[in-house]
Design a binder for this molecule. Structure first.
Ligand code: ADP
Length: 475
């Protein structure tokens, strides 16, 4: 834990073990914080806010820029730690570190662009002006699937805006959080500006975050169920909340698209992070006329994806985070097969030599998926591609929007009018058009409906941490 500029080495506190999901080996431990430490961290943030909120954007930018440089200098070590702790293949871990560092750079720049405005008044003797002030102490809760970039995506805009932060990372990946806070320490953030608390049981900390009078804002990335729970706890205190929650992304391949190109793109994005991503395509809709070449190419690519320990450079599919994740995936696959889906690849958990305690599932391709199947309705968060055959644009739009989630969607078409039409009709916050990576520090990321509230990244991201203040003056 890192509180008020100090690493807490309190031997009276117990520790919890952190394991490698590829082989079950214990790779480290983190402190089990109690209520007292959460309170201390919030108080430290409250105290630091008094001065940090008055620093110039140039001062805040300098710390962020230094943190960005340090992240890049240490990118290989950070990636290796992430692979050991979270399981994703080393190359993917490195990409994530660079993606995370991009947020530090973007908000180092964006800190200086929090502009106000003047507004003409209907009264000749009146002037209006608007400016922006940091909201105050921010409590942040981050997930294990992107254990470094999600921290950067929250902390960078918060501190750029002049807020101070208390972060609780996921219990599966506290070591990545500790590594990030070492970088913040080296980058010269003053004591109390960023604080870290770790625990194996998140619920008591969430409860304190949502009710503490000094916390003005909660920013959360995780499951829709936990997000709703935290929003409910925060509501009586009228705390501002940002929520990045689950997804159930449709990907639509129209008859005018190149099926081979689409299969290449979608097989890449589907199996990124072993499918453990909220923007992972969970329902792949393919037009009947091109289903055969699409499935043949997709299946060939799935066959060529080695499963194993992410430290092995040839591995494409790392472990799932735990046994519960394997069970969920397997239940969805078995349910689909029992209801008539066709299994083209995979379809089972696998035990690998030397990694007997790892949580591996073979990359799986199902076709002929229908609305009666669990996988059609529920987020999978695993390496399963579910293909649904469709006939008309109207039909597929209805099916794609038939979910309470609204995070990402993808479409492949070579018809410009259709691309525009479908973009407008899809009720999702992020839409990739012939593109599988519509994410960047410069672009607003976030969901509609039960996928969340607010946006991260882009110019929108910093405004999540700012209040709008109006001045009206009679002259
Ligand atoms: P996932 O299903 O991806 O693990 P969760 O929503 O359970 O997603 O976890 C995301 C983050 O939310 C993690 O940091 C986890 O510790 C935290 N979390 C889970 N349950 C609670 C809770 N009741 N209160 C506060 N934080 C929680």
């Amino acid at each position: 834990m890192y509180i008020n500029g100090n690493w807490i080495e309190n031997t009276a506190l117990s520790h919890f073990a952190v394991t490698n999901p590829a082989n079950g080996e214990v790779i480290g431990e983190a402190l089990e914080c109690q209520e007292a430490e959460v309170e201390q961290a919030i108080q430290a943030a409250q105290q630091a806010f008094k001065t940090w909120s008055k620093t110039t954007a140039y001062q805040r930018s300098k710390c962020l820029y230094r943190a960005y440089e340090l992240m890049l200098e240490q990118k290989d070590a950070l990636a290796e730690l992430m692979t050991l702790e979270q399981g994703k293949p080393l190359k993917a871990a490195l990409n994530e570190v660079i993606y995370g560092a991009d947020f530090l750079l973007w908000y180092a720049e964006e800190a200086k662009r929090v502009y106000g405005e003047t507004i003409p008044s209907a009264r000749s003797d009146q002037r209006f002006w608007v400016n922006h002030k940091p909201v105050g102490v921010v409590a942040a809760i981050t997930p294990w699937n992107y254990p470094i970039s999600m921290i950067a995506r929250k902390i960078a805009p918060a501190v750029a805006a002049g807020c101070t932060v208390v972060l609780k990372p996921a219990e599966s990946t506290p070591l990545c959080a500790i590594a990030m806070f070492k970088i913040f320490e080296q980058a010269g953030f003053p004591a109390g500006v960023v604080n870290l608390v770790t625990a194996s049981n998140p619920a008591p900390i969430g409860t304190i975050f949502c009710a503490h009078p000094a916390v003005r804002k909660l920013t959360f990335t995780g499951s829709t169920a936990v997000g709703k729970h935290l929003a409910t706890l925060a509501a009586p205190h009228l705390k501002r909340v940002s929520m990045e929650l689950g997804g159930h992304a449709p990907a639509i391949v129209f008859e005018d698209a190149d099926p081979v190109h689409a299969a290449k793109g979608l097989s890449l994005v589907k199996f990124l992070n072993t499918g453990q991503a909220c923007i992972s395509p969970n329902r792949i809709f393919v037009h009947r006329s091109i289903a055969d070449p699409f499935l043949a190419e997709f299946s060939k690519r799935v066959d060529a994806m080695p499963v194993g320990d992410g430290m092995n450079p040839s591995v494409r599919i790392g472990p799932l985070i735990n046994q519960a994740a394997i069970d969920k995936v397997d239940t969805q696959v078995k349910d689909a097969i029992s209801k008539g889906a066709t299994l083209l690849n995979g379809g089972e958990a696998v035990i690998l030599e030397g990694c007997e305690k790892g949580h591996f599932y073979r990359p799986t391709l199902l076709s002929n998926v229908t609305p009666e199947m669990k996988i059609y309705r529920e987020e999978t968060f695993g390496p399963v591609a579910a293909v649904i055959i469709f006939d008309t644009e109207d039909e597929v739009l209805e099916m794609a929007n038939d979910t309470h989630y609204g995070l990402a969607a993808y479409l492949y078409t070579n018809n410009l009018s259709r691309a525009m039409r479908v973009f407008e009709a899809l009720e999702f916050g992020i839409i990739g058009i012939n593109d599988i990576n519509p994410t960047s520090a410069a672009a607003p990321f976030g969901g509609m409906q039960e996928s969340g509230l607010g946006r991260e990244g882009a110019k929108e991201g910093i405004f999540e941490y700012l209040e709008t203040k109006l001045g009206g003056v009679a002259i």
